[in-house]
Every structure is written in C-alpha cells, then in structure tokens.
Design a protein around this ligand. Sequence first.
Ligand SMILES: Cc1cc2nc3c(=O)[nH]c(=O)nc-3n(C[C@H](O)[C@H](O)[C@H](O)COP(=O)(O)O)c2cc1C
Length: 183
Amino acid sequence: MLDQFLQDKTNQRNDQYGGSIENRLRLLGEVIESVSEVFSSDRIGVRLSPYGSFNDIGDSDPVELFNAAIKKLNTYHLAYLHMIEPRSSTAGGNDQLDTKAPITSEIFRSAYQGKFISAGGYDQAMGEAVLEAGLADAVAYGRLYIANPDLAERFKQGAKLNAYNRSTFYGGGEAGYTDYPAL
Ligand SMILES: Cc1cc2nc3c(=O)[nH]c(=O)nc-3n(C[C@H](O)[C@H](O)[C@H](O)COP(=O)(O)O)c2cc1C
C-alpha cells in the first residue's frame, strides 16, 4: 500500500498525499512515525518495490522517487530497508526471471545508510554473490523458503531443494504450508 502511494501510476490523488514527490512520501513518513510510537525505530523495517509492475503499479521516474524515499528513510534509523528485485516479475507470480530488468540493489543500495535486504529471484549462488559484492546485507527468499523450511541448512550443506508447488501458494490448508519435508 505504501508503494501505491509512492508511485505516480497508482497515486492519482490531488490532496496532500498526491502529486509532488514530497506529497507522495507523506504517508510513508506518517506510518513510520506512528509505528515508532509503539516500537523503537530499530525494530521497524520497510519494504519497497521499485520498478514493480504487479497490479498495474509503476512510476514515471523510479530513480528520483526512490532516492527521495531513501533520503527520508535515512532519517529514521530503521532496522532495515528491504527492496525487491523486479526481475522476479509479478512478485514471484511466474517462474521466468526478467534478465533485462533494472537491478535495485545496484541502483539504490549505496544511498541507504542502514541495513539493506534484497529479495527476488535469488538462488544460493546469486544470494552469495550480492552479499560478497556489498550490494546487500541480507538476502530474503520467498518461493524457495515456502518449499524448504530448512532452507538455510540446505544451503549450508549444499543439499538438494524441494521443488515448490505453485498451485498451493495461496491455499487455505496445511498443503503447501506445513507439509514440505525438512532434510
Ligand atoms: C505466495 C506468495 C505470496 C506473496 N505475497 C507477497 C506480499 O503479500 N507482499 C509482498 O511484498 N510480496 C509478496 N510476495 C513476493 C515475495 O515476497 C518475493 O518478493 C517474491 O516471491 C520474489 O522472491 P523469490 O524469488 O525468493 O520468491 C509473495 C510471493 C509469493 C510466492
């Protein structure tokens, strides 16, 4: 929802929450300030999705917008900023990686002064490479973790991974949630 307010394709408001970048950043700041009244800011994380196109989201100038967002986020001393890599199109909704997509960790990591988490289309080798390059402090895994409750241990051992079953991703029961076997 915060991305919907940030990005100008979805934010079509003409009040103080829409229009200029300053206005579009307003809700993000208000939410962080509000949550900060309950939790200390170093326990609050923010996730943003530059260059995403899921559900028709988009922005005419992601570099300008997200650099402005990061500048604002730098003032809050949060636990982390988490960004998704858009190569993982439709937020993990299909298995193809878009190899021509912009790489958010390369574009934005250096602007953020705190811990930076990157997600989206990573396997073990890609995750290790982005950490070694200093372009992220941690890598988050979605689909691989759904299917492998012991993903970190499997990585450590170089073990084979369970394949995920897309048809149970949005199911309502235990199938696909708690029944993937550990090693
Ligand atoms: C079943 C499922 C539900 C998801 N729900 C959300 C969500 O609510 N919000 C979000 O920002 N991303 C969501 N995502 C995207 C993931 O957080 C992640 O960015 C995406 O799966 C790409 O990472 P991966 O390649 O490691 O799976 C979801 C992904 C899957 C597979």
